[in-house]
Design a protein around this ligand. Structure first.
Ligand code: PLP
Length: 387
């Protein structure tokens, strides 16, 4: 349902599909058993969980045993990274400096407390991973290595060549983990036929509920639980399952796969429309990363460095009822570029531009993009550094 506010922050989270809410509400009324109980109520709940597992596994072309339900993308990434170190003998992780903070912070902890060597693969100013550098990092070490490089970047939208990355990793006997939080549930992804050992996903990014996600853990890798207890999730993640959350995630995932072609075409058209408008009105805008390259970036987002400096931009947009992400932390009126942007952009660019991430869903319209543009122009015209 629409209100007057315009939501253009769908990479942060998405509204829940009404069909998802209905399915969850129905289940909350009728299914309350503990999936570990052996009586009818428990078996009923267990059946719901296992059906969702089967459904998600089948969409991703993997087996049910390879899908582990967790509480979010952050937990999935933590499980994979920490458990690889604890149980698979991984003593070196190669990652990129523009991963999500839940990967960056976790590898920092592993370096500090578990003595794991962390190496960062280089990339260019467009955020493209240097595959030769990755290969040379792998070639020159005998350590047991895990490569952790995301599928698509949540801030600049770059889609990384995960097939090539995984093949290089495997060529040197390294394991490959990919944070797929921005792509699973937005694309059709055949995990079985990708050289990926571990992946993560989060339901609230694809119109499902918050507090639920999943990890893909390829069979035979030997990963073990980080959360221990009652042995749920085939001993991979203890704790009574988030029954209704899992059900909602299953429904949202199913809808995302069913409507993929239609939704992708609709949102891509919106994105192209927004790109054209921005280029027309603010021709000096920098599209961060590859976010104006429709082939190689998420169809759901654009990342901008607007050609003037306004540290209050996010706040000003918010005041006018438009929700975007500022791609920065605002400190005493001056925009401080995010870690990702400060890694790929020059200080000169950062000092003279205003970062903004605009991200779309099927709920958005061209009228909303027009309203967004009008607001942007209004704010720009009041900004002293706008010429
Ligand atoms: N990884 C990426 C690429 C993300 O965009 C996010 C969410 O912003 C996460 C991980 C964390 O997911 P969650 O919010 O489910 O913990």
């Amino acid at each position: 349902m629409k209100n007057q506010k315009i939501y253009l922050d769908n990479a942060a989270t998405t509204y829940m599909f009404p069909e998802v809410i209905d399915a969850m509400a129905e289940s909350m009324r009728h299914n309350f058993g503990n999936p570990s109980s052996t009586h009818f109520f428990g078996r009923d709940a267990k059946g719901i969980i296992e059906n969702v597992r089967k459904k998600i596994a089948s969409f991703c072309n993997v087996t049910s045993a390879e899908i582990v339900f967790t509480s979010c993308g952050t937990e999935s990434n933590n499980l994979i990274l920490r458990s690889s170190v604890d149980f698979l003998g991984v003593d070196r992780i190669i990652t990129s400096p523009i991963e999500h903070s839940c990967v960056m912070q976790t590898v920092d902890c592993l370096e500090q407390f578990k003595n794991v060597t962390i190496d960062y693969v280089q990339h260019n100013e467009k955020g493209e991973i240097d595959l030769d550098h990755l290969e040379s990092l792998l070639k020159h070490s005998d350590k047991k290595t895990l490569v952790s490089i995301m599928h698509a970047n949540n801030e600049i939208g770059n889609i990384n060549p995960i097939k090539q990355i995984g093949e290089i990793a495997h060529q040197y006997n390294a394991l490959y983990h990919s944070d797929m939080v921005q792509t699973l549930g937005h694309y059709i992804i055949d995990l079985e036929n990708l050289p990926v050992d571990f992946a993560s996903s989060s339901a609230h990014k694809f119109h499902g509920p918050k507090g639920v996600g999943f990890a893909y853990i390829k069979k035979g890798t030997g990963l073990k639980a980080q959360i221990t207890g009652g042995g749920q999730e085939r001993n991979m993640r203890s704790g009574t399952e988030n029954l209704h959350g899992v059900l909602g995630m299953g429904k949202a995932f199913e809808i995302s796969q069913r409507d993929y072609e239609k939704d992708r075409a609709y949102i891509t058209d919106l994105k192209q429309y927004a790109i054209n408008k921005i280029k027309e009105v603010f021709p000096e805008t920098i599209f961060n990363g590859k976010s104006d390259d429709l082939e190689n970036s998420l169809y759901t987002l654009i990342s901008l460095s607007l050609p003037f400096q306004n540290g209050m931009m996010g706040f000003e947009m918010d005041l006018r009822g438009i929700a975007v992400s500022q791609g920065s932390a605002c400190q005493s009126g001056a925009a401080k570029a995010s870690k990702v942007l400060s890694t790929i952009l020059s200080q000169e660019t950062i000092d003279h531009t205003t970062p903004m991430r605009v991200s779309f869903s099927i709920d958005n319209t061209k009228e909303e993009i027009d309203a967004f543009m009008d607001t942007l122009i209004e704010i720009a015209e009041k900004t002293p550094s706008f010429k």
